[in-house]
Design a protein around this ligand. Structure first.
Ligand SMILES: [Zn+2]
Length: 134
């Protein structure tokens, strides 16, 4: 009953749902840019919307404004390889993220940045929502 009420409330308030979803994206990486590790201030569409990219968790990564703006409409992995801060572990994490394997993506990000911490409970919760981030 309670779960149905919650879904109903979110259906009534799509903006609220979008905000929750954006928040959850940032939380996955501990609010750090998936490309360079600085604070994530935006959500980057890996495949740009102009090229048919969807606003799904698999296609949306936390990014700082600098990376997001610099990447623009380029292919994310191709663009990333050319950056000074390129890290193959992060590249693998981005690939895993695009495959929808957020658990692996987060492991790889932790490997790239030992200071980065994420908690399992949050991943578990997020995997139950309609964005299907198992
Ligand atoms: Zn960045």
């Amino acid at each position: 009953m309670h779960i149905h009420d919650a879904v109903f409330l979110e259906d009534l308030c799509p903006k609220f749902r979008l905000r929750q979803w954006r928040k959850s994206i940032h939380k996955f990486t501990g609010k750090s840019c998936i490309y360079c590790g600085r604070a994530s201030e935006s959500i980057d569409h890996v495949l740009p919307r102009s090229q048919g990219g969807l606003s799904t968790t698999e296609n949306c990564v936390p990014a700082c404004l600098s990376c997001n703006g610099d990447k623009s409409n380029e292919n994310a992995l191709y663009w990333y390889r050319k950056q000074k801060f390129y890290d193959p572990r992060r590249a693998m994490a981005i690939r895993a993220w695009l495959d929808g394997d957020l658990r692996l993506a987060i492991r790889l990000l932790e490997w790239a940045n030992p200071k980065f911490k994420n908690n399992e409970i949050m991943i578990h919760k997020a995997s139950n929502n309609e964005y299907n981030v198992a």
